[in-house]
Write a protein of this length. Structure first.
Length: 238
């Protein structure tokens, strides 16, 4: 299991497309079994930049993803193997989407509505941002009806996130903690109570945050692939 600091550093390196930094961290600390999706995005950037040792790590990571086989894992493994030349190129169009932002729309509050992805930029728009843009442009019709420009994202709510909590509880070795968390997720306000109880054990809270992030990231990637797209490697700013 990676530490919170290690995941934070890996996330920063992946987000800024610091390919050398990603490869250095993975070479030093090994593949993070609780952050394989995040590591994969960082390695895609490293491969795009032709960073030394990136292909070796990518092949190892692809094998680990296939072995775990969570939502989105096989999709990412296919992309990594295609990038190093050991697998066919996925028949998916490349799009620079932020998976965290996409996951926030897919699994957000149903009362906040749906969203769209701008297919020309990969930018994810929330429902509230779209409404503001329409009002600002004083549009009489919805400019986001063009399917060649916009990809609709339906908010699915928190059902899958709730299942993640159930799955996480099942992994706990301490029966007392598992029982207390199981009671916490019964009824309305389950997510808040779950985190309130979990906060008593910082180590378990860190493990949950990594687990939840990895699951949501993978589901967002899988949703994007089903829509015909793959995440484009991030580009470093000059």
């Amino acid at each position: 299991m990676t530490t919170d600091d290690e995941r934070r550093r890996l996330r920063a390196a992946a987000y800024t497309a610091d390919g050398k930094g990603v490869v250095g961290m993975l070479a030093e600390n090994g593949l993070p079994d609780d952050a394989l999706q995040l590591a994969g995005d960082g390695l895609l950037a490293a491969l795009d930049q032709r960073v030394e040792n990136a292909p070796v790590l990518a092949r190892r990571l692809a094998a680990a993803l296939r072995g775990r086989a969570w939502p989105g894992d096989v999709t990412l493994a296919d992309q990594l193997e295609a990038a190093v030349g050991t697998g066919p190129q996925p028949l998916l169009r490349s799009l620079p989407v932020d998976l965290d932002e996409l996951a926030d729309v897919l699994e957000g509050d149903l009362t906040q509505g749906d969203g769209h992805i701008d297919l020309s930029t990969g930018e994810v728009w929330t429902s509230s941002a779209l409404e503001y843009a329409i009002e600002a442009e004083n549009e009489d019709s919805d400019p986001f009806d063009d399917p060649s420009r916009w990809l609709f994202v339906e908010c699915r709510g928190s059902r899958l996130g709730y299942q993640d909590m159930e799955w996480f509880i099942a992994t706990l070795e301490d029966a007392n903690r598992a029982e207390r968390l199981g009671i916490a997720i019964e009824g309305r306000g389950a997510f808040r109570r779950f985190k309130d109880v979990l906060s008593r054990w910082p180590g378990e809270m860190d493990r949950w945050l990594a687990f939840s992030d990895e699951r949501k990231r993978g589901r967002a990637r899988e949703w994007l692939a089903a829509a015909g797209y793959r995440v484009a490697p991030r580009r470093q700013r000059p």
